[in-house]
Design a protein around this ligand. Sequence first.
Ligand SMILES: Cc1cc2nc3c(=O)[nH]c(=O)nc-3n(C[C@H](O)[C@H](O)[C@H](O)COP(=O)(O)OP(=O)(O)OC[C@H]3O[C@@H](n4cnc5c(N)ncnc54)[C@H](O)[C@@H]3O)c2cc1C
Length: 369
Amino acid sequence: MLEDRFSIIGAGIAGLTLALSLQTQGISCAIYKSRPSPQNIGGAVMLSPNSLKLFDDMSIYNDLKQLGYSFDTLYFRDVAGSPKETYPFGSVEKYGYSGLRVYRYQLIDLLLQKLTTTNIPIYYNHKFSHVVSESEDTISSLLIDADGIHSRVRKYTYPELSPKFTGMVGITAAVPTANLRLPTRDYKMPVTIIEVLIGKQKRMPELSRSGWNDFYADKEAAVAFLREGAEVFGDIAVTATSDIPHEHINIWPFHVILNLPSWSSQARRVLLVGDTAHALPPSSGQGISQAVEDVVMLAMLLGKGKSGKQDLGWWQEYRQDRLEQILLLNARGTEEKDDEQGFDLDWLYGHDVVKEVQRYISGLGVEGV
Ligand SMILES: Cc1cc2nc3c(=O)[nH]c(=O)nc-3n(C[C@H](O)[C@H](O)[C@H](O)COP(=O)(O)OP(=O)(O)OC[C@H]3O[C@@H](n4cnc5c(N)ncnc54)[C@H](O)[C@@H]3O)c2cc1C
């Protein structure tokens, strides 16, 4: 039985950020999480300026920045170590923020800390089961589905839907930097980094639930896969894979959820946000940032009483247009560059979703994604 009019299922990044954003809008809510405590999955994550700006608005960014590693560019090298490509991930000058790599649990901890300054309850050990009934006459109670890619709540609106497996699995591990034998004394490593992420991808057929569980459990097979062919990549890879702590291994089958026809139930009392509504390919680096954009925009709309069909339709369409562009960018890779500046990614990193909602609320329309 839910105790608040606005109930959030899932205490991941989308659920927690949504709760804080609703609080800012003067809306009380409660969070329900299936597990007994916050979940520490997935090691470190990369956050881009578009979500960092929103975390800054919530007074979380400065603390987050202290915990992570700020960077502007991703560098790709070939097997011989020669530079191949670069990919911009942030810039204070262009977008107001550098990119940030930070442990997922640190972001979740900060969001939880922030929640302790509010009266928002989190009910752990509360696993969502099913929706009993829903009607349009209940004016302002909402169930917000933020329980991730394998959402149970989504079964209510999409009973037959399962996330689509892309046929690829990422196997990664965090290993101590001290293990690495670097090619030269002055080889550039950020001084603050005490461990590095190593990883490879492999093609796989879809497995059954128990098949995946066996695959996750077999850490020796994961180590063997990471070691296989390491010598081709030289000393760094050989030493990085020499001693891989099992507890720092992550096995990540890439699933996607794309183009759901609706992010709300028939009577609009159940809404989908974050990975539940759209799980992007991991190579986009935008899973978290898009989840955060979703919920900040939604909270602003709800705060102004804008939860009608047209409002939620606008929100979903706006969000999906943006996701579509990210998918196009992802498919294009790094082929298209502008002048000497590399990509123009202002539409992604510099975009102000808060302003867009304000424009919608004031009836001015949008400037476009
Ligand atoms: C290994 C890995 C690395 C990643 N790296 C990046 C990255 O660098 N940058 C990036 O932007 N994205 C990254 N992603 C993607 C990113 O993690 C997701 O896009 C993001 O976490 C989505 O947030 P969410 O809150 O929607 O879902 P989740 O983070 O999955 O949170 C869902 C929450 O719901 C809870 N829950 C589940 N079922 C129930 C239930 N029945 N009842 C109640 N609670 C429930 C879960 O315990 C969890 O707390 C990565 C993902 C993985 C797996």
